[in-house]
Each structure stands twice: as structure tokens, then as C-alpha cells.
Ligand binder design. Structure first.
Ligand code: SF4
Length: 327
């Protein structure tokens, strides 16, 4: 039996997600939301959610939302005892690296990433041997063990600044080939690439962008730099999810498409009811493993706790902290 509205204490949150959750389905979410809000108080926990999380997580239970750079910076400042990372595993590892005294929970241990899976610590050691003296810049979308073999980390939001901060002619940039090629096009530093790809962003094509322009005249195309270079060449703007959000906030394009994971449009569209968001939907299956149900379970059982071998953690933390020092 479907329960009527106004029976859950979280019912006042419904307005935030009414654009993506039909009213009749809300009771199926509200029970978990009530339980999560109570558990957060009981456990002294905060929920950090990535921009690609679904609207009921992003708008109804998260305390802090953002891209991976913002989540890393915020994780360092958390004073609560417990951090639940509503995102993928490498993000939970980064939170643990930066705030090691906290209990960090990932609601589904299988929430991985095609980029993180594309490279091993052994691969990085071999690259270092092949290019002696060339600094290794590693995207945060990697395991702690890979970060530990690197000189410095970067995100899509700061990759160019990180590379240029090193004051060298050549860097190795791992593991996202497209991000590395897109950044190489913006800087004089020579960039040696790896062949990892994001399984969400690699699916966008230049032809798709041309079709979008034909079918939706006047559309403004905003692309994430994990998309192939030929897609960025067709786009009006490229940037991290934080940069895309800020572009929308400042420029207010009347008709817009975000070439990134599709929950991003769902999450920001609510702030701009006057803008038309065209939404080709490329879902990240790893991000979508995180649900209200497993966030609730994580807080009930205090599972799954993220742990990192001390020897790896010390070196990986250094690579992340060096990145955070770059302005
Ligand atoms: S969207 Fe791509 S880069 Fe982000 S977690 Fe999913 S597979 Fe990894």
C-alpha cells in the first residue's frame, strides 16, 4: 500500500527532488531518508556525496557535495567521527588518507572506477624506470597504492595548474589518456600519457555533439575533460563538474547540455528551473552502486570500513597533499 505524503519527517525535503522523483514513489525513499538522518546524529557521521550521486542522496541526505577535489578538501576538515563516502572507492580512500583518525565507510565495496582499474603500482614503477627523472602526475581516480608510486596527484579541476607547478618540460600523466591529451593541448609542458579511459565519458562522440546542435538549436555544450579530445573540440566549454556548475551559474545558458554523468544534470537542474537541460544519459554503473539502502546499512552496521596499509598511506598522502598545496 502506498503511504500518503506528510507521514515522514523528511517529507519537507520532497520539494528538492520533485523534478526527478514522482510523488507516488516518494514514500519508498522517505523511510530510508528518515532512518539515515537519525543514524547520522546517533553515529556523529557526515555524508560526503559526489556530484554524480542520484538526487535523493545528493539533496536529501548529503552534508557536503562536490567534485573529487572539493570532497578531498572537505574530508580533511571533517570533525565528525564517521565519514560516509557516497561515491566510489578511490574517493573513500582519499578521505581516509587525508583524515586518517576518522572511520570512513563506503556503502558498497564494489563501487570502483574504470580509470582506477586501468593501472597498477607495478605499471607505475615500470614507467618510472622507462622515463627516469620525469615526474609522475596521477589523477585522483586511482588506488592509494598507485598514488603511493606517484610524485603528485591532480584532479580534472587542477590538472593544468599541478603540471605547470612542477617547472619541468615533461611529465607523465596517469591514467586518463583523454584528460592528459586535453590538458596537453592547453600547456607547453610535454605530457606522456597512459591508456586508461572513463567508461562514461569515452562514450560521447563528436557526431553526437553535432546531432545535439542540429536537434536543439542554440544549445550550449559543456564537456568534462575525460571526454575524447574531438568531443571537446566541438564543445563550447570544458571543465570539471565544479567548473561546469559554475559556468551554468554565471552564464545561465537558456538551453544547455552537460557531457558528463547524467545525475549531474538532475542535481543542478533544480536550481535553474528557467533553463532547459537536454539530458543524454550516460550513467556510471559504479556511482550507481551507492543507494539510500546501502548508506543506511553502512551506518547501521558501520560497514564497510576503508583501511589502507600504513606504508602505502604515508606515500600516497604525500602525493595528495602536494596537490592540495598547488594554488
Ligand atoms: S564516471 Fe568514470 S571516472 Fe567517474 S567513477 Fe565512473 S568510471 Fe570512474
Amino acid at each position: 500500500m502506498v503511504r500518503a505524503m506528510e507521514q515522514f519527517s523528511s517529507d519537507q525535503l520532497y520539494a528538492k527532488v520533485s523534478h526527478s522523483i514522482p510523488a507516488i514513489e516518494w514514500p519508498a525513499f522517505a523511510g530510508d531518508i528518515d532512518a539515515i538522518l537519525a543514524l547520522k546524529r546517533d553515529r556523529n557521521a557526515v555524508i560526503l556525496a559526489h556530484n554524480y550521486q542520484t538526487p535523493e542522496i545528493y539533496h536529501c541526505v548529503a552534508d557536503i557535495v562536490g567534485d573529487s577535489l572539493a570532497l578531498a578538501r572537505e574530508a580533511m576538515q571533517v570533525e565528525a567521527d564517521v565519514i560516509v563516502l557516497a561515491g566510489v572507492h578511490f574517493m573513500a580512500e582519499t578521505a581516509k588518507l587525508l583524515n586518517p583518525s576518522k572511520t570512513v565507510l563506503i556503502p558498497d565495496r564494489g563501487a570502483g572506477c574504470s580509470l582506477a582499474d586501468s593501472i597498477t603500482p607495478e605499471d607505475v614503477r615500470l614507467l618510472r624506470q622507462s622515463y627516469p627523472g620525469v615526474p609522475i602526475v596521477t589523477y585522483v581516480n586511482t588506488s592509494a597504492a598507485v598514488k603511493a608510486e606517484s610524485d603528485i596527484c591532480c584532479t580534472s579541476g587542477n590538472a593544468r595548474a599541478v603540471i605547470e607547478s612542477l617547472g619541468v618540460e615533461r611529465v607523465i600523466m596517469l591514467p586518463d589518456e583523454y584528460l592528459a591529451r586535453n590538458i596537453a593541448a592547453e600547456t607547453k609542458v610535454k605530457v606522456i600519457t597512459w591508456t586508461g579511459h572513463c567508461e562514461v565519458h569515452e562514450r560521447f562522440s563528436a557526431e553526437e555533439v553535432r546531432q545535439l546542435r542540429e536537434n536543439h538549436p542554440g544549445i550550449v555544450v559543456l564537456a568534462h575533460p575525460e571526454c575524447p579530445p574531438e568531443v571537446l573540440a566541438e564543445a563550447d566549454f570544458a571543465g570539471s563538474t565544479a567548473a561546469i556548475s559554475s559556468y551554468v551559474a554565471k552564464q545561465r545558458p537558456p538551453r544547455v547540455v552537460l557531457l558528463t554523468e547524467c545525475s549531474m544534470s538532475d542535481n543542478i537542474a533544480i536550481q535553474y528551473p528557467d533553463l532547459e537541460f537536454i539530458r543524454p544519459c550516460n550513467l556510471c554503473p559504479h556511482m550507481k552502486r551507492i543507494t539510500l539502502g546501502n548508506i543506511r546499512h553502512a551506518l547501521e552496521t558501520m560497514q564497510h570500513q576503508v583501511t589502507i596499509d600504513d606504508g602505502i598511506a604515508v606515500r600516497a598522502r604525500l602525493a595528495v597533499e602536494r596537490m592540495l598545496e598547488v594554488k
